[in-house]
Write a protein of this length. Structure first.
Length: 261
């Protein structure tokens, strides 16, 4: 099936990427961009070369989380180049190409999809161990085009507890299956809260159904990220790289082992 529906487009001569992962969610607002950032920071702390392709064009929050929103993009006649965060993670996002951060992207799907393709074909990513793609939420045509045209090695699904048991997750799961792209596993965001006084976990949404639901779909649980006010503050101040706790150790370990394969 994949052969019939895939139209991989070639990379440019300035790009040499070992592994490409797409971070997906069934709907917006579950913390997909934050999880993408945490994974990127975690891999970078381990010394890997990491890039983030922000394909969530209608809500491009990656540059803001890393505090590079106003950064100038370099280009020459051959390619345009991603900006570098404080810790040298390479980022490309629509947000960097518009001078006004709050300008809405009022483009139709095909044009958005084309732009994301260009983030792959015309951006000089250089040598990377990992390129993480922060996907548009849902299973619409933009997501479909990205899956078809970029050589994605695996998908990481992000859900919130309420979202987990819904059809939205199942749809995102089925899309990946139909595209024949391996699903690395699932991350539950806003999984629980930590009491600021005693440090105890509070299961705001009741007992987690993550293990149970993941087993039904035969998915690996890559991690659970709590609601952490420190993370919110770091997202807002553009200092996500300073996060003390990334909560995603096992996800990082799985991605490290995939690189060795
Ligand atoms: P999505 O990409 O799914 O639309 P984001 O990752 O942009 O969602 O998250 C939106 C905002 O919600 C973030 O900027 C952050 O402030 C907050 N947020 C998300 N997850 C958490 C969390 N686990 N703890 C604290 N704040 C969070």
């Amino acid at each position: 099936l994949r052969q019939n529906i895939m139209h991989p487009i070639p990379k440019n001569e300035f790009t040499d990427v070992k592994k490409i992962y797409a971070i997906v969610s069934g709907k917006g607002g579950v913390g997909k961009s934050l999880v993408t950032s945490l994974i990127a920071v975690g891999l970078r702390r381990e010394g890997y070369e990491v890039g983030i392709l922000d394909a969530d064009i209608t809500g491009p929050s990656i540059p803001k989380m890393f505090g590079v929103s106003g950064a100038k993009i370099d280009s020459d006649s051959k390619a345009i180049y991603p900006v570098r965060t404080h810790n040298d993670i390479k980022v490309m996002s629509m947000n960097l190409l518009f001078s006004k951060e709050d300008a809405p992207v009022i483009w139709r799907g095909p044009l958005i999809a084309k732009t994301i393709e260009q983030f792959w074909t015309e951006v000089g990513w250089g040598v990377l161990d990992y390129l993480l793609i922060d996907m548009p939420p849902g299973t619409g045509d933009v997501a479909l085009t990205v899956f078809q045209s970029l050589p994605i090695d695996g998908i990481i699904m992000v859900t919130s507890p309420q979202d987990l048991v819904s059809l939205i997750v199942k749809k995102a799961y089925n899309m990946a299956k139909q595209m024949d792209i391996p699903i690395v596993g699932i991350v539950e965001n806003m999984s629980y809260a930590v009491c600021p006084h005693c440090g105890k976990e509070i299961n705001i949404f009741g007992k987690s159904k993550l293990e149970e639901e993941a087993e039904k779909l035969n998915l690996k649980v890559l991690g659970r990220v709590p609601i952490d006010p420190q993370l919110t503050a770091l997202c807002d101040s553009g200092e996500i790289e300073k996060a003390q706790n990334l909560y995603l150790d096992s996800c990082i370990e799985v991605l490290k082992s995939e690189l060795k394969e």
